[in-house]
Design a protein around this ligand. Structure first.
Ligand code: SD4
Length: 333
């Protein structure tokens, strides 16, 4: 290379680098600045959205909001309904166990201040959503797992009880005959509950509670209690929650992704669709045998939902009406 050319090239490179690094600096400076909330409009009409057919849970949450209660109280009270419902086999008491026959529960909760609490792999305690809230409010931590979480719950007055109902025990015993472990979620039959609410102050909170995948490996944790995976709330923007095969949600940090897409201007519906797109459009991804579904809300009270396959539904309480609505979905082939 001639000397002149080399100098030209070198200075272009260093100029380019300087421009790049200075843009990084200015970008960082912008990010660190205290910003006004992007969306300031406050809605004063309570709104609740939750995964699957969760009429009573949503009605319960809506009642809290209509009485002037906070979004965080609403989502906790709503989720407790499903945790106590022994017929639901994906949440709380009556949840299907892991391969060893142990029911282990995961839950998380996030408030309008961006505080978060979660418990993972908890045995013998039904209302893990309330334990997650205690982690958020009464400890300096965000997550407690297994025995530590159980002891913490007991120290807070929660009672130990057997979570394995006869119905779930029978299902597990039938499963054991073949012991076929396929980490596949049946496309039609879920009831992990992810719930988002907006209260009369316009504040948003969310919660998510599950027994996770049926017959999972002992110790397996899915997306539901992981911040940004099964749930994320940013009170300036909105919130999102997930259901379905947690491994796929976690690989794309689905709920955080949806909130960030809304921050960039996407509607809740567009954001949910793009998040599903991130899963199904991965090269070679065989999405035929697993389901993922998302729900989202923004600060204006607009909602969205989308899933990979048909039959994902959600309950929406809006304008004093609670309806179960079938979600739009990707796989129409
Ligand atoms: C998990 N996402 O543990 C949960 C399962 C689920 O309806 O949503 N089931 O992966």
């Amino acid at each position: 290379m001639k000397r002149r050319n080399f100098i030209k090239k070198a200075s272009a490179t260093s100029l380019g680098f300087a421009a790049f690094s200075s843009s990084l600096v200015s970008c960082d400076a912008n990010l660190a600045k205290k910003k006004e909330p992007i969306t300031t409009s406050k809605i004063l009409k309570p709104l609740v959205i939750a995964t699957w057919k969760t009429d009573l849970a949503v009605t319960t949450a809506a009642e809290v909001l209509e009485k002037g209660g906070s979004a965080i109280d609403a989502v906790e009270q709503g989720c407790r309904i499903e945790e106590a419902n022994e017929n639901g086999q994906s949440v709380g008491k009556g949840g299907l166990p892991d391969r060893d026959g142990d029911v282990t529960l995961d839950a998380c909760i996030m408030n309008e201040k961006g505080d978060y609490g979660a418990v993972l792999g908890v045995k013998n305690i039904k209302h893990v959503i309330s334990v997650a809230r205690k982690v958020m409010e009464d400890t300096p931590h965000v997550m407690l797992v297994g025995e530590g979480a159980e002891s913490f719950a007991v120290s807070k007055g929660f009672e130990r009880e057997n979570l394995l109902t006869e119905k779930s025990k029978k299902a597990w015993e039938n499963w054991k005959i073949k012991s076929e472990y396929k980490p596949i979620i049946n496309i039609e039959n879920h009831d992990t509950i992810g719930m988002l609410a907006i209260d009369k102050n316009g504040d948003i909170s969310g919660a998510c509670t599950t027994s996770g995948l049926a017959y999972k490996m002992a110790g397996r944790v899915g997306d539901s209690p992981i911040i940004g995976g099964g749930l994320f709330v940013d009170n300036e923007i909105g919130g999102a929650s997930a259901t379905g095969l947690g491994e796929e949600v976690l690989k794309t940090v689905g709920s955080f992704l949806i909130v960030e897409l809304m921050r960039q201007g996407k509607s809740p519906q567009q954001a949910c669709e793009e998040a599903i797109g991130r899963i199904v459009n991965k090269p070679g991804k065989d999405f035929k045998n697993f389901q993922v579904g998302y729900i989202a809300i923004n600060k204006r009270g607009e909602t969205g939902a989308y899933s990979i396959h048909e039959w994902f539904s959600y309950n929406l309480y809006k304008d004093k009406e609670n309806k179960n609505i079938k979600s739009d979905y990707f796989n129409k082939a």
